[in-house]
Ligand binder design. Structure first.
Ligand code: COA
Length: 389
């Protein structure tokens, strides 16, 4: 049984944009409403994700500002913030709202600007992102997010023998998928050698192991399973959403490389959907760094612990493999405008499960899982969706 249905999607290209947050959000919202067959006056609430606007461009109180900009002033409008898991959490609340009958139609999405168009260069934006790390314990050490995921990945390499070459294969695969996605930040093929020859950012990550700073927005229209039939948009059902957190600071985690919050969130999502990882036809996971994709795919049960590196090297996670991972290009190649990433994963699942993903279509996709994490894997939201075909 579905908890809710997605009936419309929209998103901007991810990349470098010289437009405001409101302009970007509108560019995602109106195609989503058109796709759903929903008018602006039919939207009951806006749940919106933006993580960093207060720091990057002195923009807070964004939800009512954006509701006004898209002609929806007056409805309840709420901003969510959970680091990189920001809009997946907004989406979870939208699902709960329509499931419980609080609202009939919820517009949910996110927008973020992270490139030098904000006036902040790489060093300054890296400091802003580090605000998601523990204020007293981690920030004073200079821990950045490339550094945080490098530590987790080093531990995984030590425990399971995962190699830099296997990590590079993930970057190559996701850039290939990104080359098939017209909305991706990076649309060009790369090689393992190019990844390994790129500058080291935080050992074991080279520049090409990292996601970029991106600007962008995404939006989806969420309604109850029953209400879906009364709109034109082709529905895709949300059958499970799990949400869990893990201890912060990272050094206090019982077992850092297992990313426990993802395991807990995945177990909850599969349980609600009455399904298992084996039944998934593809996955969108939070590959902010190549090592993060390794840990994510193991945590959500696609591979045994230590199995993700070899699986990638064997081509199993490519578009034509037995379990494609990040057919959109993932954060690595599609891009990562923080607050827009969670609902962009929902956009990808919806398009794929409708059979509308074009060159990057996963064959016979009926069921899929999205994994969106925040901070040092301290928050994870896992979503299971199913097509109606
Ligand atoms: N992947 C692929 N190419 C990238 C890239 C990335 N992540 N980041 C930048 N590039 C490319 C640029 O397009 C540019 O190419 P060009 O010379 O052909 O124009 C070149 O590499 C240099 O770009 P620049 O912006 O000067 O790189 P940078 O050194 O300032 O930043 C990173 C590169 C990897 C350090 C930066 O993108 C980064 O910190 N990413 C991680 C962001 C992050 O932590 N997100 C949160 C995750 S939890």
């Amino acid at each position: 049984m579905a908890r809710a249905s997605v009936i419309g999607t929209g998103m901007t290209t991810f990349g470098v944009h010289d437009r405001t947050l409101a302009e970007l959000f509108a560019e995602a919202v109106f195609p989503a409403l058109d796709d759903a067959g929903v008018g602006t006056t039919e939207v009951d609430a806006l749940y919106f994700g933006n993580a960093m606007g207060g720091q990057t461009e002195n923009e807070t109180h964004l939800a009512p500002k954006l509701a006004s900009h898209v002609g929806m002033a007056g409805i309840p409008a709420q901003r969510f913030e959970d680091a990189c898991a920001t809009s997946a959490n907004a989406f979870k609340h939208a699902v709960q709202a329509v499931e419980s009958g609080v609202h009939d139609v919820v517009l949910v999405g996110g927008a973020e600007r992270c490139t030098p168009e904000t006036g902040l260069d790489t060093a300054a934006m890296t400091r802003v992102f580090a605000s998601a790390a523990h204020r007293q314990v981690e920030q004073p050490t200079g821990l950045t997010f490339p550094g945080a995921f490098a530590l987790l990945t080093k531990r995984h390499m030590y425990e399971h023998g995962t190699t830099e070459e296997q990590l590079a294969e993930i970057a190559v695969k996701n850039h290939y998928h990104g080359s098939l996605n017209p909305r991706a930040h990076f649309g060009r093929d790369i090689s393992v050698e190019e990844v390994l020859d790129s500058p080291v950012v935080a050992d074991p990550f080279h520049l090409m192991d990292c996601c970029p700073f991106s600007d962008g927005a995404s939006a989806v229209v969420v309604v109850s399973e029953d209400a879906a039939e009364s709109f034109d948009g082709d529905p895709v059902d949300v059958t499970g959403i799990g949400h869990a957190t893990d201890v912060v600071p990272m050094a206090d985690k019982a077992h850092p490389s297992t990313t426990q919050s993802a395991r807990d969130a995945a177990a909850e999502a599969y349980d609600q959907a009455d399904t298992t990882a084996d039944a998934m036809d593809f996955a969108e996971v939070h590959d902010c760094f190549t090592g993060a994709e390794v840990m994510a795919t193991e945590a959500i049960g696609l591979f045994e612990d230590g199995g993700a590196g070899p699986a990638v090297a064997e081509g199993r996670t490519r578009l034509d493999g037995d379990i494609p991972v990040n057919p959109s290009g993932g954060l690595k190649a599609k891009g990562h405008p923080i607050g827009a990433t969670g609902t962009a994963q929902v956009v990808e699942l919806t398009e794929q499960l409708r059979g509308e993903a074009g060159d990057r279509q996963v064959a016979d996709a009926q069921r899929a899982v999205a994994h969106n994490l925040g901070g040092g894997a301290a928050t994870t939201v896992v979503t299971v969706m199913e097509g109606r075909a």
